[in-house]
Ligand binder design. Structure first.
Ligand code: FE2
Length: 449
């Protein structure tokens, strides 16, 4: 039997074609299982034309259908064809300008980003060599990656001599001759973790702590618990993940070389970023996004997954400045052990109770900090809910509320770095978001500045 030849083109602006893709994949898998597929049909799978980047509406589309397979399929195929792929023969797209402009380019770096890359390469060289996990790749990190990173780092001037670029360092001829262009910001190691499964039955295991009291959480969100110490639309949950899920997600974030974004250290803090549309798409994380959505149906109603990212911080710098994120519900999960935090009363998140007025655009409320402070925060006397860092704590809040990283001081060392995982659902609600069930619109999620 030969499958009909379909001319498929994956286009972020055309959902109908995505539906065709889903049906086509289902049929293909079915026929592969029963051995009836012709090689030409298999080639069709490879012939799907993917865009160079998925957007928040693409992610929401698959998520709204409950199609985690489709979402992972699209994200992983787009990523595999990107310049992150170390195999040049697989690369079909140049790095999209959107990734470059948010700090994920491959021709420049910062001192703190290179230091993180070096720590991660050392970590992989050690851990991949353990218990015979993957000694060949351990050797690669030790012998090929680390020497180049270390030599290039020695070429980077002190950050105060890079004022014109706000601390960014463009690779020079000497760095390129060392081979940095072939090494930097590539997916050398990708965990690709699937869902956690029971080793005996193969059944998918939940990632969320089964003792989580979701009814009480939702009552707190909507202010129905009448607790004066609680603020509707801002809450936290301790021990949110099962022990196994916490360990696995932490391993993923320590090991996967998908931390491509650096910020300008003289303008922003010192943190590297990894994004769902640029490699942070393990099925494990997509499952977590879906589980949270299903566990909190009243909070999440009408708010599909829009975006997901993680940040890994450098304790020599500050964290993320005051901003609001374009989403309805913002979930932040902290992964780093409590022993790493040198001040347990801090290190978390400050969530203010003010949000942008309807007539302010993204640039106004996320770049003009002085105006936000004077016109929006000072009149509330800077009313806020400050939640200290704790491992396995999830902070869930109305994403339109202004927020910033609390002051933090963590121990030095790669495994002590503060890491937060952020999952964004739905579109920003400028007013009364936690008391309405507004359906999702078409506004794109924009990342933090
Ligand atoms: Fe944020």
């Amino acid at each position: 039997m030969i499958l009909p030849v379909l001319s498929l083109q994956f286009d972020g602006s055309c959902r109908i074609r995505c539906k065709l893709c889903s049906l086509y994949r289902l049929l293909l898998v079915l026929l592969l299982c029963i051995g009836f597929v012709h090689p030409e049909a298999k080639a069709e799978e490879d012939a799907v034309e993917f865009p160079d980047l998925l957007d928040a509406d693409d992610i929401a589309y698959f998520f709204s259908q409950g199609d985690i397979d489709g979402l992972h399929w699209a994200l992983s195929n787009v990523f595999a064809a990107s310049e992150r792929n170390p195999d040049p023969s697989q690369v079909k797209h140049r790095l999209p300008q959107q990734l470059v402009s948010r700090g994920g380019g491959s021709t420049y770096t910062t001192e703190y980003k290179l230091k993180m890359d070096i720590q991660q390469a050392e970590y992989l060289a050690t851990h991949l060599a353990e218990e015979d996990r993957d000694p060949k790749w351990a050797k690669f990190f030790q012998d090929a990656v680390l020497p180049i990173y270390q030599k290039v780092l020695s070429n980077v001037p002190p950050v105060d001599q890079l004022e014109r670029t706000h601390g960014l360092y463009a690779f020079r001829e000497a760095d390129l001759e060392l081979g940095i262009g072939n090494i930097y910001n590539k997916a050398w190691h990708h965990t690709n973790f699937e869902e956690l499964k029971d080793p005996t039955t193969g059944k998918v295991l939940p990632l969320l702590n089964p003792e989580m009291d979701t009814n009480n959480i939702e009552r707190e969100w909507f202010g129905e618990d009448n607790n004066p110490d609680h603020h509707p639309g801002i809450l936290y949950i301790d021990d949110v993940l099962s022990k196994e899920a916490l360990g696995r997600i932490r391993q993923l974030l320590l090991e996967s070389t998908v931390w491509y974004q650096t910020k300008m250290p003289l303008r922003f803090g010192g943190y590297v970023g990894a994004y769902i549309d640029d490699g942070l798409h393990d099925r494990l994380l997509l499952q977590l996004s879906m589980e949270l959505h299903k566990a909190l149906p009243r909070i999440m109603k009408g708010h599909p997954l829009k975006y997901l990212w993680a940040y890994k911080y450098d304790s020599e710098y500050t964290g993320i400045n005051l901003h609001a994120d374009e989403a309805a519900v913002n979930v932040n999960i902290w992964l780093t052990p409590d022993e790493a935090n040198l001040d347990p009363t801090s290190g978390g998140l400050v969530v203010f109770t003010a949000k942008p007025p309807e007539d302010w655009n993204f640039a106004e409320y996320n770049t003009d900090t002085d105006r936000v402070v004077e016109e929006l925060l000072r009149p509330t006397n800077f009313a806020n809910v400050t939640i200290p860092h704790k491992q396995n704590r999830a902070v869930i809040f109305d994403s339109s509320l202004f927020h910033q990283t609390d002051r933090y001081k963590f121990k030095p060392g790669y495994e002590n770095r503060r890491i937060n995982l952020t999952i964004l659902y739905g579109d920003m609600q400028r007013s009364s978001s936690h008391t309405t069930d507004t359906p999702p619109g078409s506004q794109d999620v924009k990342t933090e500045l």
